[in-house]
Design a protein around this ligand. Structure first.
Ligand code: TXA
Ligand code: MG
Length: 380
């Protein structure tokens, strides 16, 4: 279902009754929806903000052989390189270089206790980093390359720097499918840690221009591979004991459970708050946040609100909305996931009183969409 999506979704106008909005379609919007964001810091992301030397010249290259080679050189030199994966754009650093990783945390303003995903080109490389039991192996073989991250115990000589795993004895690993990510990983040869390429707490980037608006002047290179396909981050499964769903994402729970022949274990509820030690430590309650308040499960639109619609129902108050974007008129959850972060950025840029969001079914990629929306809606 992920591979079945066409580029058409991102290039056609969203079918919403608002002409102004058509022009704001974010996948063709070359102007950033966000500045660096320091004028309205997101509480979750900025609380632990580390000052970072800005003023770096950020090179932007179109994807291709030359860009992959340039990216590999920058990574080897300790630089920070943003590149597309099929889920969202990632900000890469050499996983074995603690100094580069420190720069990465600073560039994002990311809390240092929040560990990173190590990206490699294939399963064999992953097995040099982490220990895979039978079930982890089955999942890797079924879904890699693809939008799945596995958390497994580190190997003895695991080359990933402690700073990247935040001192844990486990490591998160992913083999991305995107050809540009694959080309960069193969040209570089080692593991690359890559969080989403946004300022910590912001909405994840699905276009190179989103990366530019958040991180220009803070990173060395952005490789522009156009819009991403999936649109929400990878699904994270912990494979320590019984496989546990640590973060819903671009691979649906249903598909994973079909391969395992068993239900994924749910993390304990207390693992999902700011003040406990979370199992997937990045899953802070408030995250993925636009500036505007987000109002979930909307059955109407209040004056001054923007509407993030789903499906073909017309809500009362629609005509007075500041802006309207429809995640998927056809109520297709894959299409909605691909549009989610870009549309949140675009609606937020209209400075509405709030963003009202219609209900999304909790199935397939709807689980990941609702997870991100709930985090965006947490009062800050
Ligand atoms: O799709 C994705 O996964 C993207 C692309 C760039 O690959 N990356 C991404 O990374 O979303 P990030 O850093 O935004 O999210 C990584 C998540 C965080 O929630 C972090 O806490 C969790 O992975 N994580 C990393 N290492 C972990 C570990 N050892 N145990 C549990 N969770 C871990
Ligand atoms: Mg992120």
């Amino acid at each position: 279902m992920i591979s079945g999506r066409s580029g058409r979704i991102r290039t056609c106008d969203p079918c919403v009754p608002n002409a102004v909005l058509y022009r704001a379609e974010p996948h063709s919007d070359k102007r950033p929806a966000y500045s660096v964001g320091l004028d309205a810091p997101q509480a979750a992301g900025m609380r632990n903000f580390v000052p970072v030397k800005t003023g770096l010249k950020t090179l932007i290259l179109p994807a291709g052989h030359a860009a992959a080679e340039a990216a590999a050189r920058r990574l080897a030199a300790g630089g920070l390189v943003a590149f597309p994966t099929e889920t969202v754009y990632g900000l890469g650093a050499d996983a074995a270089n603690a100094t580069a990783i420190a720069h990465l945390y600073a560039a994002k303003g990311r809390p240092a206790f929040n560990p990173l995903i190590a990206h490699v080109a294939e399963l064999a490389a992953a097995q040099a980093i982490g220990r895979f039991d039978d079930r982890a192996l089955r999942l890797a073989e079924a879904f890699w390359p693809g939008p799945l991250t596995l958390v497994v115990p580190k190997t003895e000589g695991c080359p990933v720097a402690d700073l990247a795993t935040a001192g844990l004895d486990t490591v998160a690993i992913r083999v991305p499918a995107h050809p540009v990510a694959q080309a960069i990983l193969r040209a570089f040869g080692g593991a690359v840690v890559a969080p989403s390429a946004n300022i910590s707490g912001h909405v994840s980037p699905t276009l190179a221009s989103h990366v530019e608006s958040d991180l220009a002047g803070r990173i060395d290179l952005i490789v522009d591979g156009g819009p991403v396909e999936v649109g929400v981050e990878s699904t994270i499964v912990g494979c320590l004991n019984a496989p546990m769903l640590l973060r819903p994402g671009g691979l649906s729970r249903e598909r994973i459970e079909a391969v395992l022949g068993a239900a994924l274990v749910r993390p304990p509820a207390e693992a999902d708050s700011d003040d406990s030690q979370p199992l997937a430590p990045g899953m802070l309650a408030s995250h993925y946040a636009p500036r505007a308040h987000v109002r979930l499960d909307a059955h109407d639109v209040a004056p001054g609100e923007a509407l993030l619609a789903f499906g073909s129902a017309r809500l009362p108050g629609l005509d007075a909305a500041t802006a309207v974007m429809n995640l998927s008129l056809a109520a297709d959850l894959d299409e909605a996931a691909a549009n989610l972060f870009g549309y949140l950025r675009a609606l937020d840029a209209k400075r509405p009183r709030a963003i009202a969001v219609m209900a999304i079914p909790e199935e397939g990629l709807g689980e990941a969409i609702n997870d991100r929306l709930r985090r965006a809606a947490v009062a800050r």
